[in-house]
Design a protein around this ligand. Structure first.
Ligand code: BES
Ligand code: MN
Ligand code: MN
Length: 485
């Protein structure tokens, strides 16, 4: 078997003595093609990364559209059909299909082309939309999350169609432009496009490998409830000498409210919050415990004096299978240098909860609002608004497509994947199940130290190169996997 981690440079394969001859020949052709096109491929990745497709910022809406058009052009160029930049009411999705594998399964492939904002931009080593290659990595906003996967799917399809003139499965591509903004319009688009989304299985490529860059299949994703708390006092700032002591301070009030939401042991103090939480079975806890996880290395990697979290749970359980409540931003009052003696007129916080099966974001928001109103002091006005949300999901480990994905990873990366639950959220995962009734496999290749959403986002190029081969390999595995067609 190949060594781990794979060496830098040209990826190596060793499929072992049991590999079918048919597979060996076709993969060799594919390999030759991919080797011959390495430089052009890297250029195409860079071209994709140059679009500042930040979905959250209205001034970048034209860039999102240009990026969608670019991907559509790429799909057409490699031989994908019925390509369309399709309106959602927000940033468009890109759809395309190739449906000539008679009798073979149909896969709906999902990834997102939008990216997170880049601030603080001065902490980047190079401009976020001017991709730079260093030490086997490519550095840019979106290099990992999630343009790496858009790129890998385009290039895997290109290589298969160029070398064989056909694909082993039917593919429908769906590239979204609003994932980083809570996929506001996607559910409706799915509902209105059921016909052209008919498939046997969905492959979502928006996850990554386990600590140490170990191949992984993600089975669980957390959901999200995102809210804002606004606390207002007197209409303008007050002199803290003239009024301090006689009035409630909105910033103090906000701090008190937040402190009443979670105790020192990491337990969330919202009545009813845990009612729908699916507790971990002993078997599930065993699976977490068996993962090769070094807590000290994890803490050191984060440069933290200590880790924190809910009492009674391990680190991996806390971030994979337990809900959270975190302040994402808090502001109000004087922020400048020096001193200013005021009672601020208002204070604000953005607070979000990561949710686990079977918590529902709308229910959790109502409980959250009720708790904030309960603990808010009477001398200020406190309002709570919902800013977004998404449902958690758990995908099955024993689905034939998941097993095929595991074989594809092992054959390509030389190591069987571990099965993990991720703390992040991909709300559309639950939508594919609930709206389209389709099973989902999470098939992603991002290195865990990729700095997603942070300055200096980067993607390990070996993961990209091997990921392309693994995707092609998965398509080759599926026709015989027993998932319909
Ligand atoms: N790709 C991530 C989700 C993810 C994070 C998967 C970590 C695996 C590990 C996705 O782009 C993301 O950032 N999602 C948001 C969702 C939110 C905007 C609704 C998140 O998790 O914060
Ligand atoms: Mn993503
Ligand atoms: Mn993201």
């Amino acid at each position: 078997m190949a060594t781990w981690p794979p060496h830098r440079g040209r990826p190596r394969y060793d499929f072992g003595p049991n590999t079918e001859t048919r597979m060996a020949t076709t993969i060799t052709d594919l390999d030759t093609y991919l080797d011959a096109n390495h430089d052009r491929r890297l250029e195409s990745y860079k071209a994709l990364l140059r679009f500042p497709s930040i979905s959250a910022l209205p001034e970048h809406a034209p860039d999102c559209r240009r990026c969608a058009e670019h991907i559509a052009g790429e799909l057409r160029a490699i031989g994908v059909e019925h390509v369309e930049v399709s309106e959602t009411g927000g940033h468009p999705v890109v759809y395309g299909d190739w449906l000539h594998a008679d009798g073979a399964p149909t896969v709906l492939v999902y990834a997102h082309y939008d990216v997170q904002p880049v601030d603080p931009v001065d902490l980047w080593d190079s401009p976020p939309f001017d991709p730079a290659v260093h030490d086997g990595r490519i550095l840019a906003r979106g290099a990992a999350d999630d343009k790496s996967h858009v790129h890998m799917h385009l290039r895997a399809t290109e290589a298969l169609l160029a070398t064989r003139g056909r694909l082993p499965v039917n593919l429908r591509f769906l590239f979204e432009g609003e994932e980083e903004s809570s996929s506001e319009n996607l559910d409706r688009w799915l509902e209105n496009n059921r016909e052209r989304l008919k498939a046997d299985v969905v492959v979502i490529s928006d996850t990554g490998f386990f600590e140490g860059n170990i191949p992984a299949i993600t089975l669980g994703l957390r959901g999200l409830m995102y809210a804002q708390i606004d606390v207002t006092g007197s209409p303008v700032d007050l002199h803290s000498g003239g009024f301090g002591g006689a009035v409630e301070n909105p910033a103090n009030a906000l701090a008190r409210i937040i402190a009443e939401l979670k105790d020192r042991n990491g337990r969330i103090l919202i009545p009813g919050f845990y009612d729908d939480v699916a507790e971990l079975s002993p078997k599930e806890r065993e699976a977490f415990a068996e993962l090769p996880f070094d807590e000290d290395a994890y803490r050191d990697g984060l440069a933290l004096p200590a880790l924190a979290g809910e009492e009674g749970f391990t680190v991996l359980e806390r971030k994979g299978a337990r809900p959270t409540l975190d302040v994402n931003g808090i502001w109000g009052g004087f922020q400048g240098e020096g001193t200013k003696t005021i009672i601020p007129a208002h204070a604000h916080a953005k607070v979000s909860c990561r949710l686990v099966p079977n918590q529902d974001p709308d229910t959790i928001f109502e409980l959250f609002r009720a708790r904030v109103e309960e603990v808010a002091p009477p001398g200020v006005r406190t309002t709570v608004q919902k800013l977004g949300g998404g449902k958690p999901s758990l995908t099955p480990m024993d689905h034939p497509a998941t097993k095929a994905a595991a074989r594809a990873l092992e054959a390509t990366f030389g190591r069987a994947p571990v099965y993990i639950r991720e703390g992040g959220s991909i709300p559309v995962c639950a939508s594919f199940e609930s709206i389209l009734g389709l099973p989902v496999v999470l098939f992603g290749f991002v290195n865990p130290d990729c700095n997603a959403h942070a300055p200096n986002e980067s993607m390990v190029l070996d993961n990209v190169e091997l990921g392309i081969r693994a995707i092609a390999r998965l398509w080759d595995e599926l026709p015989g996997a027993g998932i319909g067609g």
